[in-house]
Design a protein around this ligand. Structure first.
Ligand code: G6P
Length: 611
């Protein structure tokens, strides 16, 4: 995800900024840049690529500056490019700003400012904010006030740092929904999105809370709320080491990414729900909407975890939008002379946007005249560029090889697409649409609740760590979750696991069941619940040991299962977004107990760019 670092003090700012940016590299980024104020001028240098590429091209006149801001960008709006890299600046080239997060109402702000004469140079949401600050500066002639007033107009998430040549020794920073920490030195101050960027300079820090803004200059700092109320902050000491900070205090990136899910689900939803109309807005599909609505059927194609998301998508789209959907492994689709033509829409799901088979499937579909749409995490990736349109996940970089947060964001994106198409086709009515919007809005909180059961998962993991085979069973929307739960376990613990539709068990796998073959049932209270209970009885009768992922209010299951993991109740089609989370944790803790390298499992790659 994006990274911020800022400095104001007596020392040359540039080496501090570049060192800070290098320490943020682990977060993943596609471009970087710095801005300094020196000799009454604002100087900016930014580039697509690595921090070292940016550093190599910085002109000499940056070196005397003792104030500056820096940024590593992970694209969300607008492809990775020199122009879209941060810092962004105003019309006069006097104010520069770096931003993490998403400004949801940037389009409205941009139109208003353009009408007032502002000229925009980039495709980013961030640029709207710097022009808005410029507008307020004309009125207030004070950077702190201008930033504060601009932020009152903004919806969305932000961590920002701002400098201006008009106030050459002031940094203004603020946060809402995107972390920011101040580093307190001796006559010098630092700002960073992550303490990793500044702990080589100081371990005394102040954490900003949501809705707080700070003005820093070499003589001190003042914190207020965006509404202009005073706030007193406590200085704390960072005791974590660099490596621990990089993993957010977690032992592994995978665990960090599992825990990020309430936030990443929210990021996928951000700015896309329309409560009043009971629908979703997806800007990246706008130009394709007519073609999508006219399509005879959809094909979803993907690999690995993304393919599992596609299977859930098929169930969602067929049930709610009433469009025939087939789901195919990209590697099969590309080689079997598929029947696809101009009346088809082919959806490509990919976290990386670079998977060779999915990219080849996309090219095959295009060659046959189909409309193509991506559901992709990495902005500006090959699949994102070559599709006719699509939806980004905004889940941030996923570093653990086994996909976790990308999966729940893929499901969230698919539910938004389903909602939008259902409303447009009239298969979802306005009241039902509003109920879905409401449920989506509270889903991040529900994901948070699921994560509270980590201790129970650890106990279950300890019990089963030496088992050699697992069976995962689910039905309806949770059949693909069974596949994905089994895949997680295989990938990182090297235990053989199979996912199956629960009712198919009796056609084969039931022969395997005994005490040494634990069965994981994914059985929230949805339309198939009662049927799955019978399958559970069949396993019990054969002395199988049972772990259930069940609804928080389900008492019946306590009698039947040896271990129960709970998920809050939600709409049937959204249950996979919650039920997969305990299974990710289960795989993680079993792998840890077995001493496996969870972030880099043997033989696997994060992005498979070969056939
Ligand atoms: C690799 C990864 C999986 C991922 C799959 C598809 O196998 O290890 O975690 O699901 O590729 O990747 P994509 O980036 O296209 O979603």
């Amino acid at each position: 995800m994006c990274g911020i670092v800022a400095y104001v003090g007596q020392k040359p700012a540039l080496p501090i900024l570049l060192d800070g940016l290098k320490r943020l590299e682990y977060r993943g980024y596609d471009s970087a840049g710095v801005a300094v104020v020196t000799d009454g001028h604002l100087l900016i240098h930014k580039k697509a690529g690595k921090v070292r590429d940016v550093a190599a091209g910085i002109p000499m006149d940056f070196e005397a500056a003792t104030i500056g801001i820096g940024h590593t960008r992970w694209a969300t709006h607008g492809e990775p490019s020199d122009t879209n890299a941060h810092p962004h600046f105003d019309c006069a080239g006097e104010i520069a700003l770096v931003h993490n997060g998403i400004i949801e109402n940037y389009a409205a702000i941009k139109s208003k400012l353009e009408a007032g004469g502002h000229v925009f140079k980039t495709q980013t949401d961030t640029e709207a904010l710097v022009h808005l600050v410029e507008d307020w500066y004309r009125v207030s002639h004070d950077l702190f006030t201008a930033v504060r007033l601009a932020l009152l107009e903004v919806h969305g998430a932000y961590g920002i740092a701002v400098v201006s040549s008009r106030e050459p020794s002031r940094v203004v920073a603020a946060r809402k929904g995107s972390p920011l920490v101040l580093g307190i030195g001796n006559g010098e101050y630092f700002v960073a999105s992550d303490p990793a960027a500044i702990i080589s300079n100081t371990r005394q820090v102040v954490y900003l809370e949501d809705g707080e803004i700070v003005s820093l200059d070499p003589s001190g700092y003042v914190t207020k709320t965006i509404q202009n109320a005073d706030v007193m902050k406590k200085v704390m000491e960072v005791t974590l080491e660099l490596e621990q900070i990089e993993k957010g205090g977690y032992d592994h990136f995978m665990l960090k990414e599992i825990h990020e899910q309430p936030e990443t689900i929210m990021n996928t939803l951000r700015g896309r729900l329309n409560e009043k109309e009971g629908t979703a807005r997806l800007g990246g599909l706008r130009e394709l909407t007519d073609r999508i609505l006219a399509a005879d059927r959809f094909t979803i194609t993907a690999c690995g975890t993304s393919w599992h998301a596609g299977l859930v998508g098929q169930y969602m789209l067929e049930q709610y939008a009433r469009i025939p959907v087939r789901v195919e492994y990209a590697s099969e689709f590309r080689y079997r002379n598929p029947i696809v033509g101009p009346s088809d829409v082919v959806w490509l799901i990919s976290q990386s946007g670079e998977t060779a088979d999915t990219l080849a499937a996309l090219r095959e579909a295009r060659a046959r005249g189909a409309t193509t749409a991506g559901i992709v995490n990495v902005v500006g990736s090959s699949i994102a560029r070559e599709t006719d349109g699509g939806t980004y996940l905004h889940a941030g970089p996923e570093i653990g090889v086994a996909s976790t947060k990308a999966f729940t964001s893929q499901l969230t994106a698919l539910s938004l697409i389903t909602l939008m198409l259902g409303r447009l086709r009239g298969t979802i009515g306005p009241d039902q649409g509003r109920a879905i919007v409401h449920e989506l809005e509270i889903l991040p909180e529900k994901a948070e609740k699921v994560l509270e059961q980590e201790q129970t998962v650890r106990e279950i993991a300890r019990e089963f760590q030496s088992i050699r085979n697992f069976l995962y069973l689910g039905r309806g929307y949770n059949f693909p979750v069974a596949l994905e739960g089994a895949l997680k376990l295989k990938e990182i613990s090297y235990i053989h696991a199979e996912g199956y539709p629960a009712a198919e068990m009796k056609h084969g796998p039931i022969a395997l069941i005994d005490r040494d073959m634990p069965v994981v049932f994914i059985t929230p209270r949805d339309g198939t619940y009662k049927k799955v209970l019978s399958n559970i009885q069949e396993v019990k009768a054969r002395k199988g040991r049972l772990i259930a992922v069940a609804d928080e209010n389900d008492q019946e299951i306590t009698r039947l299962a040896d271990f129960v993991l709970r998920v809050p109740h939600t709409l049937d089609f959204l249950t996979p977004i919650l039920t997969i989370i305990p299974l990710q944790l289960l795989a993680y803790y079993i792998a840890i107990d077995r001493g496996c390298n969870v972030d880099q499992p043997r033989n696997l790659a994060k992005s498979v760019t070969v056939e």
